[in-house]
Write a protein that binds this ligand. Structure first.
Ligand code: NAD
Length: 322
């Protein structure tokens, strides 16, 4: 099954549906990536912080070796972790991440979070996570500004280490600030986006500036229940919400497909992950049916501005979304 592509503002094309690699177990990751390629996935959304870039690369190498795909058929995204924001760390860590994947360029490289924390050398701890110490008791900030980090990210594109560059978890204010100094406009903004957190105005701002949006955590609370997050457990699950299941039944689709189609029909890209072969295929099939305008509106009306992916919800005292 093939999926349509979104044309990015730098001329590159990004598949509208991809496979997210957060919380994919190291033990099964290579096989999952390989199986996902066989099912038809071409976009893989990774990050230093997911700790599975080596295994993801192994899955890709196997698929390429067996002639299922060529490197240029794939769209590989990775992200700069918070501890590598100091300008002089950006290229070395990108090169390490490329080596881990076993590739020589990323299709897309994003600033993961708009916060610079103190550098931890890869030999000391990798991925470093949020804390400066092994015991996980102390967050220390770096003095790198987001402007200085973005300038270093622009160099990655100029040097061909990333074909497209972008940001993640930026708010409107940070984007507007970025426009004052950016030589290269980000191609993609990756954000949490689901019916409880529709971010209409941020979507509008990105669209006005020609920035494509990738939605993450499209099923809302489900992803965060796995992380033992109380607010996620206390919230009505979207996958079993009567509005969503009712619409799904009407279209002969699953609730997951309706949630993904709600995003893709609004022009966003999605990157769900699943460990189940049936769901893997199902999540890819989210562009070949249409929801009615009234259905899209009713789903959007579920918005309660509820963001789950906030460090403090995991007990991490970093107040970036304060
Ligand atoms: P997700 O939307 O992929 O949801 C995952 C949960 O939904 C899992 O519990 C999974 O088993 C379940 N699921 C998947 N398909 C299903 C189906 N068809 N039916 C029923 N249940 C199904 O959530 P996510 O992992 O939070 O987000 C997806 C990807 O987005 C991540 O893997 C990662 O690549 C990216 N992401 C980025 C950031 C960021 O800060 N930039 C943050 C979170 C996630």
């Amino acid at each position: 099954m093939s999926t349509p592509s979104i044309k990015l503002n730098d001329g590159n094309k990004m598949p509208q549906v991809g496979f997210g690699l957060w919380k994919v177990d190291n033990a099964t990751c290579a096989d999952q990536v390989y199986e996902a390629i066989k099912v038809g996935y071409r976009l893989f959304d990774g990050a230093c912080d997911y700790g599975n870039e080596v295994e993801s690369g192994q899955g890709i190498a196997r698929a390429i070796k067996e002639g299922i795909v060529k490197r240029e058929d794939l769209f590989i995204t990775s992200k700069l972790w918070n501890s590598f924001h100091d300008a002089e760390q950006v290229e070395p860590i990108t090169r390490k991440q490329l080596a881990d994947w076993g590739i020589d360029y990323f299709d897309l490289y994003l600033i993961h979070f708009p916060v610079a924390i103190k550098y931890v050398a890869p030999e000391v701890r990798y991925p470093p996570g949020w804390y400066v110490d092994d015991a996980g008791t102390k967050i220390e900030y770096s003095k790198a500004s987001l402007e200085s980090t973005w300038k270093a990210i622009e160099q990655l594109k100029k040097k061909g280490l990333a074909k497209s560059v972008g940001i993640s978890n930026y708010t409107g204010a940070l984007l507007l600030d970025l426009f004052t100094y950016a030589e290269i406009t980000p191609a993609v903004l990756q954000i949490e986006h689901h019916p409880y957190f529709t971010q209409e105005n941020l979507v509008k701002l990105a669209k006005e500036r020609g920035i494509a949006i990738t939605a993450y955590s499209s099923f809302g609370p489900s992803s965060f229940i796995e992380c033992d997050m109380k607010v996620a457990a206390d919230t009505q699950q979207l996958l079993s919400h009567s509005l969503i299941t009712g619409i799904a039944e009407k279209h002969g689709k699953t609730a997951a497909q309706v949630l993904l189609r709600w995003s893709t029909q609004r022009g966003l890209a999605v990157i769900p992950k699943s460990n189940h072969p049936k769901r893997l295929a199902q999540n890819l099939d989210v562009v070949n049916f249409d929801l009615g305008d009234d259905e899209i509106q009713k789903i959007s009306d579920l918005n309660i501005n509820l963001k789950f992916n906030v460090p403090t919800n995991y007990g991490i005292p970093c107040y970036i979304f304060a």
